[in-house]
Design a protein around this ligand. Structure first.
Ligand code: 13P
Length: 255
């Protein structure tokens, strides 16, 4: 059985002081019961990582944290980039790779995402590979083929020993930040297909281990129905994760 991963993607929100206050609020609210039921993580801006690490380490918090992007390179003349070495030094558990906003605004293609997935594994940071179709693809009924092609590209030449710990986030672009949440059936259709492809690429045993999240306008009011789907193992939450009380309600989706 897969432990659900409930992760907040803060995107470009919350400076390091706000980050500390926010994580303190989460830590105050979350109990051992919550951490037994789910893994809880926040993906924060690079400038927040050190502050969050200091807080989590100092207070021995069970909340996990990570970054929203990673360089494909380890070090060197790559102005503005942050490497997996740097993220692992800050004890990041996770890093988002290929979020649709990176693909859209920074022209990240599957080849770049594949290099970033490999860079994350190389440094012991678990990648959360984000995949999902835009509205035109959805309207054409091509969401499964399109999303599986992104999955194939992101996982190219990634060995099973690494792939078994990856997290896949299915985030239909038309549902991100729009209030337009996919129906639970929409989410299950693609998440189920992702697990099927993992079984083809690797093995059923591996596919059964991998956590597949849904992301796109997740809120406390819709999370339970989505999490009830057999192939949905967590949520990647944008806007609603910026409100600590709301995010805690999302973590408690079973209540
Ligand atoms: P929203 O929850 O704001 O729709 O964002 C989803 C997302 O992109 C998480 O990575």
């Amino acid at each position: 059985t897969r432990t659900p991963l409930m992760a907040g993607n803060w995107k470009m929100n919350l400076n390091h002081l706000e980050a500390i206050a926010h994580v303190q609020k989460l830590a105050f609210a979350l109990t051992d019961k919550d951490y037994d039921a789910c893994e809880v993580a926040v993906l924060v801006p690079f400038t927040d990582l050190r502050s969050v690490q200091t807080l989590v380490d100092g207070d021995k918090l069970k909340i996990k944290y990570g970054a929203q992007d990673i360089s494909a390179h380890d070090s060197g003349a790559y102005t503005g980039e942050i490497s997996g070495l740097m993220l692992s030094k800050l004890k990041c558990s996770y890093v988002a790779v290929g979020h649709s906003e990176r693909r859209q605004y920074h022209a990240e293609d599957d080849e770049v995402c594949n290099a970033k997935v490999k860079a994350a594994f190389k440094h012991g940071v678990t990648p959360i590979l984000c995949v999902g179709e835009g509205l035109d693809i959805r309207k054409a009924g091509q969401q499964v083929e399109y999303t599986l092609a992104q999955l194939d590209g992101g996982l190219k030449d990634v060995p099973a020993e690494q792939a078994e710990s990856i997290v896949i986030a299915y985030e239909p672009v038309w549902a991100i930040g729009t209030g337009e949440v996919a129906t639970p059936e929409d989410a299950q259709e693609v998440c189920g297909a992702i697990r099927g492809r993992l079984a083809e690429l690797y093995s059923q045993e591996l596919a059964d281990k991998v956590r597949i999240q849904y992301g796109g306008s997740v809120k406390s009011g819709n999370v339970a129905a989505i999490m009830a789907q057999p192939d949905v193992d967590g949520a990647l939450v944008g806007g609603a994760a910026l409100d600590a009380d709301e995010f805690v309600k999302i973590v408690r989706f079973r209540d």
